[in-house]
Design a protein around this ligand. Structure first.
Ligand code: HEM
Length: 540
């Protein structure tokens, strides 16, 4: 892997430190092609996942980036991805990602080692059952009504109003996840609380850690002398105190009636439908408060920014593709009218759901999944046939590039075109290529959305296999409710064109400059947001 001129020394040094800090020694098979490129490609202005795309086109579905004695393997092939996520999933843990997230999420489900993960996954998955989702959909509607209230205030004047919709979606996502996970009312559209500030502070630090190359925060003294590390620990304390308080309160208010109702999944009798209530009421006797807190913190972070990013990039794509927006509106108007949607309504909005899937195809959140092998393994031959497969050693670091997979010219026709129809048409459609040609719309099982099963791992917006996202239906329903309610009420136009938005790498894909839009009320009958019921949760 070549360095470039003067940049070489500084960057080589930095990247060697990266690898020393995070990555394991190069234990990949000798046969894996090594990407030929410039170090400056990796450390330049472009987001990392975009640099990895060009090398995928040049070097194939499995390639290696090597820095001095260390390396990581980039995988962009559905057959190899299926092996890593499903067929041999328990040979891999979260490696670098777990190191970054552990200080924040402890042993929560995302970074957890396999031993911790197994019983916690078994406890948490049942919490996301259909009765819970039904209860949540009504709350998604109430929170979106709050967003509408604030956008109405903004658009009440005569001159066009400009707002940053990325920020609006982050606030909406936070309000929803607060209520859904622990019945906590952030109410972030209208107020600022120390807890909200602390959540954003911690998210920022998680992002800093995932994009900053040298893990200096592992040196204990930095906690006291580096201002951003001091702030991070102070923020963590604020959130942990809040979560500890909520856990204590949930334990004190545990009632036999609620437990019975939850056991029967009868949410009509449950006063607090949050995940916290479920996990406290039905908890294992030996579950520690620390583990419960780690799980809650994980879901707070995993469920907030991801969904906000999906909404941000969906709106971006719709403003860039007015014809798609027009079709969505047609469907929303004819199915919903002015009604606040419930779960049955969302089932009747196939085009809206396809547009969300298409948004997740083009803008996957996160764009990269991270793994480290726990024992030697042999990667299977990829779609384009590496006849021998590649042996890799214990400790190999792997980046699964969801971005590459979802924009692969071997799998998708016109991968850079936003076309929701590709998910609704029959599989004879020429849009589908390679493995994806096996996709059959409507074969998603209990899921209402295209997924990794129907696409045979060509489309993995929520991962797949054992460690697949637990909140996928929650998040997609939330996004469908929000986008339907906002699109029918407002028109959105780029303030400065799509180029002004930019793209940046974080834990999810961010805009570089915010999603600044001109927003105006749509010229049609109005939705009576004033009549919407107020939110009901624990106050911030
Ligand atoms: C895992 C994406 C929303 C909780 C994952 C993974 C992906 C993902 C790709 C797999 C990570 C890996 O294999 O390394 C998303 C997206 C979301 C979303 C795109 C929004 C559109 C949510 C929500 C929650 C949640 C709302 C909870 C309320 C989790 C948890 C895991 C996870 C706990 C870890 C599962 C495990 O390891 O067993 N998510 N997620 N996510 N997600 Fe989500």
């Amino acid at each position: 892997f070549k360095g470039k001129g003067n940049v070489k020394d500084g960057l080589s040094k930095m990247l060697t430190e990266v690898s020393q800090g995070y990555f394991q020694p190069d234990v990949g098979g000798e046969n894996i092609p090594i990407a030929q490129g410039e170090l400056s490609d990796l450390a330049g202005d472009e987001p990392l996942f975009k640099a990895l795309y060009q090398w995928f086109l040049d070097s194939g579905g499995v390639y290696k980036l090597a820095f001095g004695p260390k390396a990581f393997i980039v995988v962009s092939d559905p057959v190899v991805v299926r092996h890593l996520l499903k067929e041999n999933a328990f040979n891999y843990d979260k490696g670098v990602l777990a190191e970054i997230l552990e200080p924040i999420m402890g042993k929560g489900l995302i970074p957890a080692d396999l031993e911790t993960w197994k019983p916690r996954r078994r406890a948490i998955v049942p919490a996301f059952h259909k009765a819970y989702l039904d209860a949540m959909v009504a709350m998604f509607g109430r929170c979106t009504h709050e967003t509408i209230r604030s956008l109405d205030a903004l658009t009440a004047g005569t001159s066009p109003a400009v707002t940053d919709m990325e920020e609006v979606f982050l606030n909406l996502g936070l309000d929803i996840i607060g209520l859904g996970v622990f019945n906590y009312e952030f109410n972030s559209m209208t107020k600022e609380s120390p807890v909200i500030k602390a959540v954003y502070g911690v998210l920022k630090e998680a992002e800093h850690r995932s994009t900053f190359y040298i893990p200096y925060w592992n040196i204990p003294v930095t906690r006291y002398i580096v201002p951003r590390q001091r702030k991070f620990h102070a923020d963590l304390e604020v959130i942990n105190d809040c979560l500890d308080g909520l856990i204590a309160r949930a334990k004190q208010t545990r009632q036999a009636d609620d437990v019975d109702a939850l056991q029967a999944r009868d949410y009509s009798k449950v006063t607090d439908p949050s995940l916290l209530r479920f996990l406290v009421d039905l908890r294992d006797a030996d579950l520690s408060d620390k583990q419960l807190r780690d799980d809650l913190m994980t879901m707070l972070i995993a469920g907030h920014e991801t969904t906000a990013a999906v909404l941000t990039w969906t709106l971006f794509a719709l403003m860039s593709n007015p014809e798609v927006e027009r079709k969505m509106l047609q469907e929303i108007d004819s199915v919903l009218g002015d009604k606040t949607p419930d779960l049955e309504d969302i089932k009747q909005l196939p085009y809206v759901r396809a547009a969300l899937a298409e948004s997740l195809r083009m803008y996957p959140q996160p764009p990269i999944l991270i793994r480290r092998s726990l024992a030697d393994d042999v990667l299977p031959p990829g779609l384009n046939g590496d006849p021998a497969g590649y042996p890799i050693g214990k400790g190999a670091d792997i980046f699964i590039s969801v971005w590459n997979l979802h924009r692969s010219p071997y799998l998708w026709k016109d991968p850079d075109v936003f076309r929701p129809e590709r998910f609704t048409e029959a599989n004879s459609n020429p849009d589908f290529k390679g493995a994806w040609a096996g996709y059959r719309p409507g074969t998603e099982g209990s899921s209402m959305y295209p997924n990794e099963v129907a696409s045979d791992f060509a489309f993995i917006p929520f991962g797949g296999g054992a460690r697949k996202c637990v909140g996928d239906q929650f998040a997609l329903t939330e996004a469908a409710v929000a986008i339907a309610m906002l699109l029918r009420r407002y028109t959105f136009k780029f303030e400065k064109g799509p180029e002004g938005v930019g793209m940046a790498t974080g834990a999810t894909i961010h805009t570089a400059n915010g999603l600044k839009v001109t927003v105006a009320q749509r010229q049609r009958q109005r939705v009576a947001s004033e009549d919407a019921p107020a939110l009901a949760g624990v106050s911030a």
